[in-house]
Design a protein around this ligand. Structure first.
Ligand code: F6P
Length: 372
């Protein structure tokens, strides 16, 4: 017979995004209220599991975090316990599999189920702990919205809303000064945030990773707008947007991160290139960077976080371990960690379809993607 669940542990890993706190709150409230379980949270992701650093999660601790960005459990995008940097005993560092320490700590703390809130990297470790026999449930997090198994992840709508506000606000200066202004938005190699924020904010040009662009086509699009009596253009550009030859702009390398490449800088680079090509316009660029993943959670993401959180608790109650919670259409469901991580590994992330309806709609309205 299945062992009765008495205590669960949560951890959040990878970059923070709006909705993490709301999910932590929902799982904690449901666990305590509906199921009578105790809840603890390891701090700083898997590092807390390794050092056995945790806090008790109680109703009063989580009650007010329903709209707060970030994560009260903190996060880390580096600490993979299957490949963890430890002292080598000679004053240096060496990478080692210390996952057994994590498993031991779970036993020591009386944790029956580990709930992992994270994206690809964090869920890969979740899968590996599941393979070691730990009862794991994954709750997918990414503002990039690029996870294949689920329609929409919490954090995406909130980040997209902030991105939209940036573009809205840039419109007035672009129009008043007849300028071209580029706004760079995060999203890694997926164009969801830029496409949605760009269209919602009425950007004249959207540059997304899925549709490689050329500067010539951007210049033509700006000229077309000029001729149509719109002598200003806001360009929404994804940090991962690619030139026609496939090149993209790398911002920095974060050593020791499972995915060390950080994108960034494309807007500034295009500002410099466009300035030379369209002397009749002043060109500017802004890069809100992490601002779009901070601040309050939108009402939609609060609701989504409730749905993900309750579904996660219910999966625990049903003993369906080794799975990730999903939403498809209006239905909550689940997919195995093996499948989700397999898809991420073979590059089946969810991308904008360059020939999909939304892109076609945008083009029908004259929005340029810099590809024609
Ligand atoms: O995956 C979420 C995300 O915000 C991406 O959109 C962005 O490329 C990356 O994380 C930034 O990572 P970091 O916070 O480590 O700079």
């Amino acid at each position: 017979m299945e062992k009765k669940v008495k205590r669960i542990a949560l951890l959040s890993g990878g970059g923070d995004c709006p909705g993490l706190n709301a999910v932590i709150r929902t799982i904690t409230k449901t666990a305590i209220t509906k199921y009578g379980w105790e809840v603890i949270g390891f701090v700083f992701g898997y590092r807390g599991l390794y050092t056995n650093n945790y806090v008790e999660l109680t109703l009063d601790k989580v009650e007010d975090i329903y709209k707060e960005g970030g994560t009260i459990l903190y996060s880390s995008n580096k600490d993979n316990l299957f490949d963890y940097l430890v002292d080598d005993g000679h004053g240096g560092k060496v990478k080692k599999d210390v996952s057994d320490v994590g498993v031991e700590n779970l036993k020591k703390d009386g944790v029956d189920v580990l709930v992992v809130l994270g994206g690809d990297g964090t869920l890969t470790s979740a899968r590996d702990f599941s393979r070691k026999g730990v009862n794991v449930i994954g709750v997918p997090k990414t503002m990039d919205n690029d996870l294949a198994s689920t329609d929409v992840t919490y954090g995406f709508m909130s980040a997209m809303s902030v991105g939209t506000e940036f573009i809205d606000r840039l419109q007035t200066t672009a129009k008043s000064h007849h300028r071209v202004i580029l706004c760079e938005l995060m999203g890694r190699d997926a164009g969801w945030i830029t496409l949605y924020a760009g269209l919602a904010g009425n950007a004249g040009i959207c540059l997304i990773p899925e549709i490689p662009f050329s500067v010539d086509h951007i210049v033509e699009a700006i000229k077309r707008r000029d001729e149509a009596g719109l002598p200003y253009t806001v360009i929404a550009v994804a940090e991962g947007a690619k030139y026609a030859d496939g090149t993209k702009v790398i911002g920095k390398i974060v050593e020791d991160s499972p995915d060390p490449v950080r994108l960034g800088g494309i807007a500034k680079q295009l500002e410099n290139e466009l300035e030379k090509r369209i002397p009749n316009h002043e060109v500017r660029s802004v890069n809100p960077g992490h601002i779009i993943r901070g601040g309050d959670i939108t009402p939609y993401d609060r609701i989504l976080s409730i749905r993900y959180g309750v579904a996660a608790a219910d999966l625990i109650a049903e003993g369906k371990f080794g799975n990730v919670v999903t939403i498809n259409g209006d239905k909550m469901g689940y997919t195995s960690l093996e499948e989700v991580i397999g898809a991420a590994k073979v590059g089946q992330q969810k991308h904008v379809d360059p020939n999909g309806e939304l892109v076609r709609d945008a083009k029908a309205m004259g929005v340029s993607f810099g590809d024609e």
